[in-house]
Design a protein around this ligand. Structure first.
Ligand code: FES
Length: 79
């Protein structure tokens, strides 16, 4: 942890993923890069109803919690 010494031992950890595929031990999504069109936007807040894609739910999450998470955008370069 880059924060103050002992910081992490004082912070109560919570799960990152509240709802998605909780029946699985691990959530893993794989994509063939050739199947991604011009743009793909993937969720990193774990609140999207279209997970693994972003549906904009990060906005409400950030407003509610003060967090600052957002998606990762994969853009295909024009040749
Ligand atoms: Fe999760 Fe946008 S909905 S990052």
């Amino acid at each position: 942890c880059p924060l103050a010494k002992g910081h992490c031992s004082k912070v109560k950890r919570k799960v990152v993923n509240p709802d998605i595929q909780k029946e699985n031990a691990k959530v893993v999504d794989s994509f063939d890069v050739e199947d991604i069109g011009e743009k793909a936007v993937f969720c990193r807040c774990w609140r999207s109803k279209k997970f693994p894609y972003c549906d904009g739910a990060h906005g409400a999450h950030n407003k509610e919690t003060g967090d600052n998470v957002g998606p990762i955008c994969i853009l295909r370069k024009n040749k």
